[in-house]
Design a protein around this ligand. Structure first.
Ligand SMILES: [Zn+2]
Ligand SMILES: [Zn+2]
Length: 135
């Protein structure tokens, strides 16, 4: 199934579209994802590079490469939101699912790099849930 996914950064300066088959959908628990998201794990789709079109704001992006691991991050210079980025040999496009405005049909199929999961994730998922701030 071909789906069209639309995404943008938080400030709205950067917009993109993903068209084509969605490949893998993983929650990545690696240290690099934890640091760049500031959260327990990253939610990523992996699609073919040609699936991506920038609608606007590509000139407002910057890129970080971590030489310690084959890790990349591309983000909006204004608001810091993560957006789709290519790996080093440009064969794989990683799409941060939280940047999308409509939701992919596919649901996460695996958690990867769980050897690096922080000890507070599972207790946090089991903790009481409020629809907004605790009242
Ligand atoms: Zn932005
Ligand atoms: Zn990761």
């Amino acid at each position: 199934m071909v789906e069209v996914l639309k995404g943008q950064c938080l400030c709205g300066k950067v917009e993109f579209e993903i068209k084509g088959d969605v490949g893998a959908f993983y929650f990545c628990h690696c240290l690099q994802c934890r640091k760049t998201t500031g959260s327990a794990f990253a939610s990523n789709l992996f699609v073919k590079p040609e699936a991506l079109s920038w609608i606007k704001g590509e000139d407002n992006l910057t890129r970080f490469e971590d030489p310690a691991r084959d890790f990349f991050k591309r983000f909006c210079k204004t608001c810091g939101s993560g957006v789709p980025h290519l790996n080093r040999d440009k064969t794989k496009l990683t799409v941060p699912v939280g940047s999308l405005d409509n939701q992919p049909a596919k649901t996460p199929q695996a958690n990867i790099f769980t050897a690096e999961t922080p000890p507070w994730l599972e207790p946090g998922l089991a903790a009481h849930r409020f629809k907004g701030f605790p009242s």
